[in-house]
Design a protein around this ligand. Sequence first.
Ligand code: PMP
Length: 323
Amino acid sequence: IQWDKAKGWHDAQVRAYGPLALDPAAAVLHYGQEIFEGIKAYRHADGSIWTFRPEANGARLQRSAERLALPKLPVAEFTESLRQLVAVDHEWVPSAPESSLYFRPFMIASEAFLGVRAAQAASYYVIASPAGAYFAKGVAPVSIWLSEDYARAAKGGTGAAKCGGNYAASLLPQQEAYAQGCSQVLFLDPVEGRYIEELGGMNVFLVYRDGRIVTPELSGSILEGITRSSILQLARDRGLKVEERKVSIDEWKNGVASGEISEVFACGTAAVVTPIGELKGKGFVVGDIDAPAGEVTMAIRQELTDIQYGRAPDRHGWLVRLR
Ligand code: PMP
């Protein structure tokens, strides 16, 4: 779908996958004026195809658009774009028992203009790809690397938006995590460097032995995950006491060491819910990578996937039928 200042959104079309034609002066190539989303479609046992909370992703795309000075795509158009793609592309090949179709909606500033100002033309696209397991080891606990030298976001920056630049900033620390044998990097807050924010592509939860479940508050520099907000609801439904607040890295380290924190997990659309077995950083390791995945973690994961795949009642009205 194309946008320009004079016509607004226009020219929606579905076409065969292939290269985009872009002017070499397109603003996106020079100033990174780009935003995106990640959302999945799930095939149910009866063959129907559903997506999960598209209005939440559509609203987040609008918030990202606002921060990146891009035009807002109406939420109804966002959901409709997924529906139209599935209408022509619904026979994806399952690559794992719980396979899904991962959508990547994105918007770029397409105006050819080298001056530094918000572009007056933009393009919105959706591509899709079948998705299996996010981590090579499936839902086995993973190791996380604490990045102490880098932040992915800054105070007043774009951390709460889903824009390419945030990910560009996280690639080097992510490589460092891989080099340390870890599969994801953990970032601390950009102001004090004391409070946990999120992983490179997931939000984080700590489960206390006394039944509390704690996640970092929306600090302004972390992404408001749709999975995060769904888990907060499912945890409340289970009678767990939910806390959204500042969580220091010492709280995590000491809580795991003392046994007060019994489980830690990460969550996101791609990885769903993934147990964190150990946290490593310069000169320390906490947790036990060989310990089995936690009970609360796996129960929440099961409940969420059961809703997404239509095996449990959708009591919060989260599913939207695409086909
Ligand atoms: N934080 C970051 C930085 C992410 O890239 C993602 C994935 N979109 C998340 C958190 C989780 O968000 P969601 O649950 O909406 O996928």
